[in-house]
Design a protein around this ligand. Structure first.
Ligand code: XIL
Length: 375
C-alpha cells in the first residue's frame, strides 16, 4: 500500500497551499483589529424525528453533527456553494483560514478576517464550528518555520498564539483540533519544529493552554491513517491514555478519514473508535473524503460510497462520536487533484452539485440511524 505520508510530502503540497493563499489574498480585506464576534451559546441540534429529511443535517440522528470543511473563496464567490453549506450541514470546519499562516502571517500580527467570516456564517446558519488547527507541521508562516528560535522563545510563541486564537473564539468553537498529525505512520512522534525545539512536552502544553483560553471547548488530537487499528493509531491510544492519566485536558481523537478506493477501507474502524471511547474520549470523523484514480467509473463510485459508509457507520456505532465531517462536499472544490496526482472525484456531490452514490449512501445511513432512535 502506498503510504499517504510519502504522497503528501511531494512538491505539489506547496503549490496547493500557494493557490489557496493566493485566493485568500484576493478576498476583500477587513482590518485585523475588528472586534471578535459576540459569544452566544453553541447552536443546538435541530433533529426533528417526524420530518422528511432530504438534507444531511436534518437526516442525522440526535446528537450527531454533520460537517464540512469550508473553502472561504468558494463561500464568497459561489452562491450555490454557500446555499448548500448552510442547508446541508450542522457543523463547519475552516479548511485553511484557522491555520497559522493565515492567522499570524507575521510575528505578532494577527489577521482574523476570514476566520471571523466563517464563525459569523456558522452563527447565522445555526451551525457549530470545529477549529482547525493549533499545532501542525504544515502551513506555518516562514517567520515561524524558519525562525530558528530557542526552546524558551518557541514555547512562548506557541502559548501566545493559542491563547490569542482560542481566546478570541472562546465560547464559539465547539471542538478544536489542537494537535494535528503529530505521529508518523510508524507511530513515532513526527519531527517538526515543535518537537525539535521544545521537545515532546509541547503536546501537553498545547492542550493545557487551549483549555485555559476556553474551558468549554472540546480539545482533540487529529490525524490521517488512523481509521483502523495500526501502529499509528496504537501510538495515539497510548498517548491519549498517558495524557489523561496525567490530567491533561484531552477530550477527543479525530480520525481524518482521507481514504482512496484503490487502498480499500480498514475493516476495524468501529473497534478502533470504540477503544478510544473506552478511555473516556470523544471521537470524530473530521476530514472524510474518498479519492478515486481518474477517470472514475461506476464501480469505483460505488466503492467510494462504501468508504464513506465505513467511516459513518463506525462513528454511529461508537458512543460519543458526535461529529462526522467531510473535507469538502463537492468535486467542484477539492484539495485532492492538487495533492494527489491523477486522483480526484473524492466528494459526495459531483462538480455540478449532483449527488453521487456516496451522498445517497450517507443520507440513507443517517436516516436509518435516526429511525432506530439512536441516543
Ligand atoms: C488541506 C487543504 O484542504 C488544502 O486546501 C491546503 O492546500 C492543504 O491542506 N489534513 C489536514 C488538512 O489536517 O488541514 C489538510 O487540508 C488536508 C490534510
Amino acid at each position: 500500500m502506498r503510504s499517504l505520508l510519502s504522497i503528501r510530502t511531494r512538491g505539489v503540497r506547496r503549490a496547493g497551499a500557494a493557490l489557496v493563499l493566493g485566493a485568500l489574498l484576493l478576498a476583500p480585506a477587513t482590518p485585523a483589529a475588528v472586534a471578535a464576534p459576540a459569544a452566544a451559546p453553541l447552536p443546538a441540534d435541530r433533529h426533528q424525528p417526524e420530518g422528511d429529511p432530504d438534507v444531511l443535517r436534518d437526516a442525522a440522528p440526535r446528537g450527531l453533527f454533520v460537517g464540512t470543511a469550508v473553502d472561504m473563496a468558494a463561500l464568497a464567490n459561489d452562491p450555490v456553494y454557500r446555499e448548500r453549506v448552510g442547508a446541508e450541514f450542522s457543523s463547519v470546519t475552516a479548511e485553511n483560514v484557522m491555520k497559522w499562516e493565515t492567522l499570524q502571517p507575521e510575528r505578532g500580527r494577527y489577521d482574523f478576517a476570514a476566520a471571523d467570516e466563517l464563525v459569523e456564517f456558522a452563527r447565522a446558519n445555526g451551525q457549530r464550528v470545529r477549529g482547525h488547527t493549533l499545532v501542525w507541521h504544515n502551513q506555518n508562516p516562514a517567520w515561524l518555520a524558519e525562525g530558528d528560535f530557542s526552546r524558551q522563545e518557541l514555547r512562548a510563541i506557541l502559548r501566545e498564539h493559542i491563547h490569542t486564537v482560542v481566546g478570541r473564539y472562546r465560547g464559539q468553537i465547539w471542538q478544536w483540533d489542537v494537535a494535528n498529525e503529530i505521529f508518523d505512520d510508524e507511530g513515532n512522534l513526527r519531527q517538526n519544529i515543535w518537537l525539535e525545539t521544545i521537545g515532546p512536552d509541547y503536546i501537553a502544553d498545547a492542550f493545557r493552554w487551549a483549555h485555559q483560553a476556553d474551558p468549554r471547548a472540546q480539545l482533540f488530537l487529529n490525524d490521517y491513517n488512523i481509521e483502523g487499528v495500526n501502529a499509528k493509531s496504537d501510538a495515539y491510544y497510548e498517548l491519549a491514555r498517558q495524557l489523561r492519566r496525567e490530567g491533561v485536558p484531552v477530550h477527543g481523537v479525530g480520525v481524518q478519514g482521507h481514504l482512496g478506493v484503490q487502498y480499500g477501507f480498514a475493516p476495524d474502524t468501529t473497534a478502533n473508535l470504540q477503544r478510544f471511547a473506552a478511555l473516556g474520549l470523544r471521537t470524530a470523523v473530521t476530514e472524510a473524503d474518498v479519492r478515486i484514480p481518474m477517470p472514475a467509473d461506476t464501480v469505483e463510485l460505488q466503492a467510494q460510497a462504501q468508504g464513506y459508509s465505513s467511516l459513518l457507520t463506525a462513528c454511529l456505532r461508537t458512543p460519543r462520536c458526535d461529529s462526522f465531517t467531510v473535507w469538502g462536499f463537492t468535486d467542484r472544490y477539492s484539495w485532492v487533484p492538487d495533492w494527489f496526482e491523477g486522483e480526484g472525484a473524492a466528494n459526495l456531490l459531483d462538480e455540478d452539485y449532483n449527488p453521487k452514490p456516496a451522498y445517497r449512501e450517507v443520507l440513507e445511513t443517517l436516516a436509518l440511524a435516526s429511525g432506530r432512535g439512536r441516543d
